[in-house]
Design a protein around this ligand. Sequence first.
Ligand code: CMC
Length: 430
Amino acid sequence: MSDKAALTIDGKVYEFAIFTGTEGEKAIDMTNLRAQTGCVAYDPSYANVGSCKSAITYIDGEKGILRYRGIPIEQFDTEKPNFVEVAWLLIFGKLPNKKELAAFSKKLTENAAIHEAMKYHFEGFPITAPPMAILSAMINALSCFYPQFFTIHEEDVFEDAAARLISKIRTIAAYSYRSSRGRPFIAPHPKLRYCANFLHMMFSEPYELYQVDPAVEDALNLLLILHADHEQNCSTSTVRMVGSSRANLFASCAAGVCALWGPLHGGANTAVIEMLQSIHTGNISPEDCIKMAKDKNSSFRLMGFGHRVYKSYDPRARVIKKQCDKVLATLGVNDPLLDIALKLEELALKDSFFQERGLYPNVDFYSGIILRAMGIPVEMFTVMFAIGRLPGWIAQWREQHLDASSRIMRPRQIYIGNKQRDYIPLEKRG
Ligand code: CMC
């Protein structure tokens, strides 16, 4: 293949360099497109746009490959690392050695509590407040308490900021659940590991410690790892967009939470369970559900199916599906929603509509079944996704800030409104 792409406009030929990523992915460098040709590239949902060069996560959507810093996602299931190790890997680019991991874990432990003043913020939210709204607001509020991280020039300072955020998101998430149930906050336990500590803050009661089941801890650890990064998805691109203005890490990640909330993105894990529940209660049959998803006159979609990048089975969904049986059996849970999900998948995968469009289960299709078995309430599902995705957001924010060539992100538009016209005073308007 040539290392140049040619574009002809009005008979004039313009050349653009082609460059190749580590895995052979070709890209046309369009950075000077407008300066050279006067035209902009129109691609409203960015399906063909590479917004950055990144060394963090690799996806091959056709082959169903996902790798964190080169390591296949399946190895995080078989090798069973701790979520904190994977967070470090994503952020700093290599697996931590024992000393690095111990130092980072210590920082997480030391920063697990939130400022006492922040606890009062929870009182200001209605009891029915969506946990994602609380999470975003509280992460943004961290900016008020740690202005020393507004500009980060040194690696140590960055690590401190990252540790604070990764540790505190867990506390904020658990406290949003506690306040929604009118329960007292449970302080983080310095002896517990990342996932166990979260479960403790969610489910312990004063004078009655929640006994963390190792099977639940392991399953949560794996779920968080599987969600930890996914290159330039909607929420990550949001974090980079906000970060590109040099907004601080907390503000950028708070924006990421908002983007994740939507049902086409992280909110799909909640929507899947609602869909499965509605089949379970007899409101709709699995066959009708598939029919509705195919109906062009209906806005209904098979939630947890389809992906912008994957046109084959999402490798995360494969791992989670495998875990479902195991976790449910270990916990002695018999969830009828799992059978419904399996039935829906079977119907969809043999249907030409889904086959032709490359629609397969994505990460959200089976994750809710495991979360339910752990006792995590449905309204917290997308919050769990956010806790998992946070290291990815931090890694991407760091990569962007270390890239001396990165500029403020500012797309163009194609204006289709009125041509110039005169203002009409109110008394003269019809
Ligand atoms: N059910 C029925 N039809 C679908 C679905 C679905 N879940 N997903 C895509 N399609 C159809 C769509 O109607 C279109 O058909 P046609 O070509 O005839 O117009 C075709 O497939 C392509 O869809 P698209 O909307 O152009 O694809 P996209 O890349 O813009 O959207 C998506 C990707 C994930 C938003 C979409 O597949 C979807 O809405 N899925 C359901 C929501 C969901 O599960 N989201 C979680 C995504 S994975 C985790 C994450 O990123 O958070």
